[in-house]
Ligand binder design. Sequence first.
Ligand code: SAH
Length: 217
Amino acid sequence: MTDSEAERAERAAFILTLRGRGIRDVAVLRALELVPRALFVDPTLRRHAYEDVALPIACGQTMSQPSLVAAMTEALSLNAEHKVLEIGTGSGYQAAVLCHLASQVVTVDRYRSLVSEAQVRFRVLGLRNVAAFVGDGLLGLSTRGPYDRIMITAAGPELAPALVEQLKPGGILVAPMGDPREVQMLRRFEKGPEGVTATDLMPVRFVPLVPGVAATL
Ligand code: SAH
């Protein structure tokens, strides 16, 4: 088999694994099929790119296992008109998946190097509907908002008020909530006329949401 055939076979098996893990939304499965995860992982971990495992990335951070990326994407109930804010760019993988389902993706990370590496990947893939910024995600990014959907990919004890403010009425926010040293609960928040209501989705483990922009890297 040539490399590209091998990669195609690997990615077909990857989608079957995601289906086996309960991901049913065809558009979400298609989005994960379109994004080569191999481009987002460290070259030394390439052989694990299409396994359903979380992998370490630079700056001591972690990219989630693909079935969790898919489940969080599914929970956002996206449509092609939506503007989405992601807090925690990391490798850029989750943002790239969102690009195939939403109209615009804005992603923020506190590490400059992660943002610039993700920007290179977006360029390589020709993704034009994503913009990545260095910043403190706890403040959101009001200049680009408001947002139809927000996804937080790092864990914190409570929902940052700025993010709720930047969510449109009727908007949905998905985030892992709880103590970063323990198992957290993935929660789905909906901004209704009476305020924000929350639903628990599943127990998860994420790296912590740390206030402020990183001083190094
Ligand atoms: N979504 C990423 C993985 C995110 S890991 C991917 O698909 O690869 C969590 C990320 O959240 C880390 O990169 C970390 O730097 C970032 N982060 C933590 N606290 C933050 C904050 N206050 N503002 C912005 N980013 C933050």
